[in-house]
Design a protein around this ligand. Structure first.
Ligand code: F6R
Length: 242
């Protein structure tokens, strides 16, 4: 596993955006999985700007949304659907057939999971997976205690995720379950990058790197990946030097 520490959020986001762009230049039909949330926001914005400036052709790429809050409508500005469309899919002018996200309002979540697994398999697997890390060490909605070997699944959200998750919403919302790619997807991806910024992530980044690998801190899974990377800014790395 590679650890890259960048000076600040801007530099981290530039480097990650550059890696995504390069992935699509190297393999135009690349399959890319993206998290939503505060951490990847600037990466998405910079990627869209770089792609426009450099005229990169994204028309053959496929984008997969990492996860979603079950029951939250797509037009809610706090949904992952809204985030990905607003910050990534629309700025990159992706066609409907190029993007796959979970339907939070599905009457059949098990089928939605099976369909997502099937899309990923049909497309030949994920080339590049960019994920954030929760304050409890979750990846996507793979909460503490989750098995490392799951593909897409529905999960009861951890108390920390329910509390912290309110930050995305204009008004308080009832959050109870998530629908998410599994950690097996991360292990199977050709390249996986966990990104984090800010001092508030320093504690969980320390644990991700130094604790025993296990599902009490799901993000430790990245250390099992043969092409895994942790990309963070100096603030998120601040406990590593102590
Ligand atoms: C969101 C997701 C979550 C977040 C994590 C960090 O799609 O998968 O696991 O990546 O909770 O969120 P931020 O980036 O808002 O700190």
């Amino acid at each position: 596993m590679q650890l890259n520490i960048y000076k600040n959020y801007q530099e981290l986001s530039e480097q990650v955006a550059r890696q995504i762009l390069q992935q699509v230049i190297d393999k135009p039909e690349a399959v890319i999985c993206m998290a939503s949330g505060d951490t990847p926001k600037l990466t998405c914005q910079l990627l869209a700007a770089m792609a426009a400036k450099e005229g990169t052709d994204f028309s053959r790429a496929t984008f997969i949304g990492l996860d979603e809050w079950l029951g939250i409508p797509p037009d809610n500005t706090g949904s992952c659907h809204y985030f990905l469309h607003h910050y990534l899919f629309e700025p990159l002018r992706l066609a409907t057939g190029q993007v796959f996200v979970f339907d939070a309002l599905t009457a059949n979540p098990a089928k939605a999971c099976a369909d997502m697994d099937a899309v990923i398999a049909e497309k030949g697997g994920i080339d590049l997976m960019i994920v954030g890390i929760g304050m409890n060490g979750h990846i996507g909605f793979n909460e503490p205690g989750v098995s490392f070997n799951l593909h897409a699944h529905v999960i009861d959200l951890d108390e920390t995720t329910i509390t912290v998750g309110q930050k995305y919403f204009a008004e308080p919302v009832p959050l109870s379950q998530g629908i998410t790619l599994g950690l097996q997807h991360l292990l199977d991806a050709r390249k996986a990058i966990v990104i984090a910024n800010g001092a508030k992530k320093a504690g969980i980044i320390y644990k991700t790197i130094h604790n025993k690998i296990g599902n009490d801190i799901p993000a430790t899974v990245i250390r099992l990946h043969n092409n895994g990377e942790i990309a963070i800014d100096e603030e998120a790395a601040s406990m590593l030097t102590r």
